[in-house]
Ligand binder design. Structure first.
Ligand code: NAP
Length: 274
C-alpha cells in the first residue's frame, strides 16, 4: 500500500468522470485517507455518495476557491478532523464561455481576471493557507494541459491560464522546497469531463489526439489517477517543479505522421472524421 498512512485533501471532484476522482480512487486503493470539497450546495448532494465511496463521508467540506473565507474555513475543518495532512490535489479550472471559443483578441478583462483567479491564483492561496497543517514531506499536485505551451484551437484564455499555472508550479516548488514541500503538475491529454465540455470543438480535439498520439489512444482518468498517486507518494520524493505529461505521448509530436496511398499520394494518418 503505497499511500498507507498518508492523509490529504482533494479539490475538484464534480462527478465520477472528474480527473480528481481518478486521482482520489488511485490514492484510496493505495491506502490514503482523504477529504474532498464541493463548490456549492447544489454539488454537496451530488458529492455525498462519492464521498461515501471514497470512505470520507464525514470529510466533505465546502470550498469555492474564489472566496478566501472558504479556503480559511477549509483549513480549520481539516485541522480539526485530520490534524496534519500530506497531500493537496488542486484539480480546478474555470473560464467564462467567451474565453473558450471565438477570437482571442475579444477576451474581456473580467473574463481574464476570473479565469486567472480561479485557475491559477487559487493554487497559491490554497497552499499558503494550508501550509501550517502540511507535513514536512508534503506533496501538492495540480492539473495542466498542453494548450498552456502551444496554440490549441479554442483553448484561448485557458491556454494563458495554464501557462501561468505551470510557472506557478515552478516558483512554488522552489519556494517550498526548503520546507520539504513538493509541487508538481500533470499535463493530461484531453478527457471528456464537465469542464472539457465548455471548450469549443472538444470532440474534434479528442479525435485528433487519439489519431496522432504515439500510443493511439486517449488517456483515461485511471491513467492520470495512477500517475497523480505516484506524484503524491514518497515514490516521487526526488521530484518537484515538474510538469509531467500523461497524454499518450502527444506532446512529442512536431508534425502528424504522413501515410502514402497506392498512387504515392501523401495524406495525414487521419480518418477525416469531424
Ligand atoms: P471537472 O470534472 O469539471 O472538474 C473541474 C472542477 O473545478 C470541478 O469540480 C469544478 O467544480 C471545479 N471548480 C470550478 N470553479 C471552482 C471554484 N470557484 N471553486 C472550487 N472549485 C471550482 O473537469 P476536469 O477535466 O476533471 O478538470 C480538472 C482539471 O484538469 C482542470 O484544471 C482542467 O483544466 C484540467 N485538465 C483537464 C483536461 C481534460 O481534457 N478534461 C485535460 C488537461 C487538464 P463544479 O463542477 O462544482 O463547478
Amino acid at each position: 500500500m503505497i499511500m498507507k498512512g498518508k492523509k490529504g485533501v482533494i479539490l475538484g471532484i464534480a462527478n465520477k468522470k472528474s480527473i480528481a476522482y481518478g486521482i482520489a480512487k488511485a490514492c484510496q486503493e493505495q491506502g490514503a485517507e482523504m477529504a474532498i470539497t464541493f463548490l456549492n450546495e447544489r454539488f454537496e448532494k451530488k458529492l455525498a455518495p462519492i464521498a461515501e465511496d471514497l470512505d470520507c463521508g464525514a470529510r466533505l467540506y465546502p470550498c469555492d476557491v474564489s472566496n478566501p473565507e472558504e479556503i480559511k474555513a477549509l483549513k480549520v475543518s481539516l485541522e480539526k478532523d485530520m490534524g496534519q495532512i500530506d497531500f493537496i490535489v488542486h484539480s480546478i479550472a474555470f473560464a467564462p464561455k467567451e474565453g473558450l471559443s471565438g477570437r482571442f483578441i475579444d477576451i474581456g478583462k473580467d473574463a481574464f481576471d476570473v479565469a486567472m483567479n480561479i485557475s491559477v491564483y487559487s493554487l497559491i492561496e490554497i497552499v499558503r493557507e494550508l501550509k501550517p497543517i502540511l507535513s514536512n514531506k508534503a506533496s501538492v499536485l495540480t492539473l495542466s494541459y498542453y494548450g498552456g505551451v502551444k496554440y490549441i484551437p479554442n483553448y484561448n484564455l485557458m491556454g494563458v491560464a495554464k501557462a501561468a499555472l505551470e510557472m506557478t508550479v515552478k516558483y512554488l516548488a522552489e519556494d517550498l522546497g526548503k520546507d520539504g514541500i513538493r509541487v508538481n503538475a500533470i499535463s493530461a491529454g484531453p478527457i471528456k469531463t464537465l469542464a472539457a465540455a465548455g471548450i469549443g470543438d472538444f470532440g474534434f480535439m479528442l479525435k485528433w489526439n487519439k489519431a496522432h498520439a504515439p500510443l493511439k489512444e486517449n488517456v483515461t482518468i485511471e491513467q492520470v489517477g495512477n500517475s497523480g498517486m505516484y506524484l503524491l507518494s514518497d515514490l516521487s520524493s526526488g521530484v518537484t517543479g515538474e510538469i509531467h505529461y500523461v497524454d499518450g505521448g502527444y506532446n512529442l509530436m512536431g508534425m502528424p505522421a504522413v501515410e502514402f496511398d497506392e498512387a504515392g499520394k501523401p495524406h495525414i494518418a487521419w480518418n477525416g472524421e469531424k
